[in-house]
Each structure stands twice: as C-alpha cells, then as structure tokens.
Design a binder for this molecule. Sequence first.
Ligand code: FES
Length: 226
Amino acid sequence: MAVSPSCINSKLYADNGTLFISYERVQLLDANGKPIKASSLKKETNYVFNYPFVSTPVILLDLDEPTLKDVKLKSEDGEEYIWKGGVGSKGTIVAYVAICSHQLAHPTPEDSFLQYCQKDKKTMSYKEGGVMVCSSHLSAFDVKSGCKNLSGPAEEPLASVILEIDKDDTIWASAVLGPDKFHEYFKAFKPELKKFYGGKRKGKKKIKNSATLLPLTEYTKEIVQY
Ligand code: FES
C-alpha cells in the first residue's frame, strides 16, 4: 500500500510518496523470541532481519556516531526523497534493504557480499571504512546519509527501512523508503527463493507481527568483503 507522506507522523519522507511504502509494523525479536532492546545493540555490528517479505534481507546497524539528518537523495531515474536520519536516543540506529542497487547482491544463508565495513577496517571499495560495501563489484554506500551511493558501479542508494523505537526501548520496522529493488530481486532469484524459502510465492510472503534479528555472522555462513 502506498501512503501519502503527509500521513506519516506529519513527516515528509518522500516528495510524492511513490518511493515510500508502508508495510505491517513488526517488532524485532531475538532468536529466542524475546524483544530486542535498542540499548542492547552492539556498535558497528552487522545485524540482519528479513523485511518486508520473508526473503528480503535488511541490515541494521547501531553506528558509533549520529547520522546526518534530512538528507536529500535521488533514485537512478531522478526521483528525489528525503531520508530523515537514524533513530534511537542518539540517532545512531539505521536499517537498509540489503539488496545492492547495482546487480542485487545480498546476504543469503550461504554467503554475503554486502555488509557494513567497520571504521577501523580497510575496503577496496572506498578510501576508508565506516561504509556499506558490496564486494560483488566494489560499490560503497554512506550509512550516515541514507545509504547514498559513494563509489563503484551502483548508481542509486540502497533503500532504507523506517524504524521506530518505542518508549520501552523495543524496535519496530514499519515501512520502506527509496528504490527498493524487490521486483527485480524476485524475478532474478527464482532458484534461490526455491532453495531457501520453498518457492517464489512463499518468498514473497509478507512478514507479520515480528521479525528475527540476527548478527550477520549467524545469518550467513560466509562473509566476503574486499
Ligand atoms: S552487485 Fe553490488 S556492486 Fe555490483
């Protein structure tokens, strides 16, 4: 369901709403089904949950410093939208759809070529760490600015997932903002959807009520980062 941006807590998320899609509001739980508290997240650690579909991975990060705010971004076809910034008490928590805007590389249960590279690590994709890196063809994205494309062949940002932190410190996902690539993803990875989720139709099921948040090291067997 596409929602007019003016309806979302009076905040402007997109100029005309077409790059903002509201989905079911779901709570992030740990592997034992317990609610994750925002204050329990480890800094600069790659966490993954699937949202808004059972097969679409999202990377969640608690960064070591606050993000920028109200960042104006543009999709490859020129559509502008505004990313409001990180959430949590210090504005450091962000979530991005982990499907590369270049050729759709993404974390799977087998391997991951797309993840955040910590600040103290080096990457061939960019002059410094502290960025989201896709090691398929070496693209880098700015996690502090709505995952804007910084370098490499990717020509648009990664889409972001709108998070809300409730008063009790629980974390909820409620919408996707930006060029999300879901359509291309479902088309391109039919065999993979069958292998991991039992088929395309099952992989396209929407997440309901809650999503499990795991460290990337538990979500996937092999992390590939250049
Ligand atoms: S698929 Fe990510 S850079 Fe090519």
